[in-house]
Design a protein around this ligand. Structure first.
Ligand code: SF4
Length: 350
């Protein structure tokens, strides 16, 4: 009999699944506490439970997490993970330490149908939705290996996939993750899926919202983000103006800078104009070049990047300009998986 996996379930769900096996109700709460807050990965380590109960739990349930297929360390301190899933699919995730905190970048799908032209995951093509257990599992493995307690962890859904196209499982994963991590320290990033933004806005414990903008006008945005045809820029901006923001919160706009395409000072001014009236900050990221998967696209010169950032600041916006972490270990979304796919193809060709 296949064991039921307890990872990716809320404490209430764990409690009701375990309840028929325990003699006293508080035992079910103990099990849920061990799994959700203490990130236990075996029943044997649940030291305040009777031995016999641990044995019975082990017979009925599993605590299955994605398997680490590859792990690479970058000179800048970040670690890139390639996780192998039960069906043989794989996803990436990245752990990035900074200022005593750890930011974990999680994937929500095994590929992406959105097809942004500057993204390796988009070039790899569509994939399936991850289950909540596979999403929560990425967090558990990296948090355990990289050390800090949940209070020093930030989560960003900026890995492989469009999280707002996987709302059911993302919602379940958020229900679990917000048990130990404040929604203020969780960011969901979207290419601009309007029904998804509405869904996120209606959630009671909302994580922060980031939007991948990348161009200040419909024509160029549509050119590099085909999803813009379905969800036009003007409708996206109207939706964002309606998004319920808690006090002090802002919407993050990500802007991948591509040489001679969207990187001029005029473009920066157009972005500032577009964002007027929205509490926002801009995260400008020079393209992480990949000649194999993203041929013909280059990152701008440093001086161009600086001028772009300066023009945004002069227009009154909060801006961070930074290169993506872990460039030497292919940390941009999809790159590690892309490299592994190429290696597998080469092996198959020989
Ligand atoms: S940038 Fe995000 S939404 Fe666009 S193709 Fe890549 S993973 Fe998908």
């Amino acid at each position: 009999m296949a064991q039921l996996n307890l990872i990716g379930r809320t404490p209430e769900e764990i409690g009701s699944l375990v309840a028929p096996l325990v003699d006293r109700p508080f035992r079910a709460r103990q099990v849920a506490h061990w799994i959700t807050l203490r990130r236990a990965c075996t029943f044997a380590e649940m030291s305040d439970l009777p031995k016999e109960l641990r044995r019975v739990l082990d017979q009925h349930f599993s605590l299955a997490e994605p398997e680490v297929a590859a792990r690479t360390a970058s000179r800048d301190g970040s670690h890139k993970y390639l996780f192998r899933l039960d069906d043989g699919a794989s996803v990436e995730a990245v752990a990035m330490p900074e200022d005593g905190k750890l930011t974990l970048c999680l994937s929500s799908q095994t590929g992406c149908a959105v097809g942004c032209t500057f993204c390796v995951t988009g070039a790899l093509g569509a994939g399936r939705n991850l289950a909540a257990a596979e999403i929560v599992g990425q967090y558990r493995v990296m948090a355990r290996e990289r050390g800090p307690g949940a209070e020093r962890i930030n989560l960003v859904f900026m890995g492989m996939g469009e999280p707002l196209l996987n709302r059911v499982e993302l919602g379940r994963a958020l229900d679990v993750l917000t048990q130990c991590i404040s929604p203020r320290r969780i960011t969901v990033s979207t290419a601009g899926i309007l029904p998804g933004i509405r869904w996120l806005g209606a959630r009671p414990r909302r994580p922060k919202l980031a939007v991948s903008l990348n161009a200040p006008d419909q024509v160029r945005r549509e050119h590099i983000m085909p999803i813009t045809k379905r969800y036009p820029l003007v409708e996206l901006m109207a939706e964002l103006r309606r998004f319920p923001l808690e006090r002090g919160r802002r919407i993050t706009f990500e802007y991948v800078l591509i040489r001679d395409f969207n990187d001029s000072v005029e473009d920066a001014r157009a972005v500032a104009h577009l964002l007027r009236g929205i509490p926002s900050k801009v995260n400008a990221i020079p393209l992480n070049e990949d000649p194999v998967w993203l041929p013909g696209l280059s990152e701008p010169e440093s001086a161009t990047v600086e001028a772009f950032g300066r023009a945004l600041r002069d227009a009154g916006l909060t801006v961070t300009v930074r290169r993506s972490k872990g460039r030497d270990v292919a940390a941009a979304c999809g790159q590690l998986k892309g490299q592994h796919q190429l290696a597998e193809r080469k092996t198959a060709d020989h």
